[in-house]
Write a protein that binds this ligand. Structure first.
Ligand code: PRT
Ligand code: MG
Length: 212
């Protein structure tokens, strides 16, 4: 049995065409299907649905053979025990530092202010600010980071931006780019060895579909 870990939402939606090109189609029974293990048209291939941040963990421990995860979450996870053969180029966005429109971020940095930064990407943020020689107090959040500066929880946030609509709607602006983000195919290294005949063709089909 080959198990592919995906998260609901944009990763699932953007992976479906690639899966389909690889000959794998999840068999869901309508919009009300709440199953977390989804069979596919292929005997011996199933999809499991987990939180986006949990996809690397399922693959690392071999509970899933393959998965699709954003680079943002792979960096936070650390990537230990993961083979990452292909950048699928899907779910693209940017990891940035953002602050209120009225906040003079460059001036705050120049005077060496100690900023409070809210984020769910604590590891990435710590490394980013350390590399710049900035002292920041990081506040761990699990979502809706955009709210934190509006209610005085933080001076700035480290978050993902796609269209910029969410930042604009909350009167925030990008003050620093950290890195571009897209999603990668990740593979359990033991699966690659012991299930080679099934796993390698899937990796190749994903690669071909991603390049197309
Ligand atoms: O939603 P949930 O809490 O269950 O989990 P999650 O937020 O980790 O998962 P999900 O499905 O929202 O995101 C999965 C992956 O999609 C992320 O890990 C990224 O790699 C990728 N991705 C691509 C994004 C975005 N684009 C994105 N725009 N993930 C989140 N966003 C959010 C962003 O955090 C911000 O709140 O969308 C908002 C900004 O969008 P714009 O278009 O208004 O700029
Ligand atoms: Mg989300």
């Amino acid at each position: 049995m080959i198990t592919i870990a995906l998260s609901k939402g944009r990763i699932y939606d953007e992976t479906l065409p690639l899966l389909s090109a690889a000959g794998v189609k999840p068999v869901v029974s309508g919009d009300t299907d709440r199953r977390l293990i989804v069979p596919t048209n292929r005997d011996g291939v199933r999809v499991i649905l987990v939180r986006a941040a949990d996809v690397p963990t399922y693959v690392q421990y071999g509970a899933a053979d393959l998965g699709v995860a954003g680079r943002d979450l792979l960096i936070e996870h650390g990537g230990r025990g993961l083979y990452q053969p292909i950048d699928l180029g899907i779910a693209r966005c940017r990891l940035v530092v953002a602050a209120p429109e009225a906040f003079d971020y460059p001036a705050a940095i120049r005077r060496g202010a100690r900023l409070r930064v809210a984020t769910k990407y604590v590891k990435t943020a710590r490394e980013h600010f350390a590399a710049k020689g900035m002292h920041v107090d990081l506040i761990k959040l699990y979502g809706s980071m955009e709210l934190a500066p509006l209610v005085g929880l933080a001076d700035a946030i480290v978050d993902l931006v796609d269209t910029g609509g969410t930042l604009r709607a909350n009167k925030l602006k990008v003050v620093e780019e950290i890195q571009p983000v897209s999603s990668r195919l990740i593979v359990n290294p033991a699966s690659l060895k012991t299930k080679r005949a099934e796993v390698v063709p899937l990796i190749e089909a994903f690669g071909k579909a991603a390049r197309a």
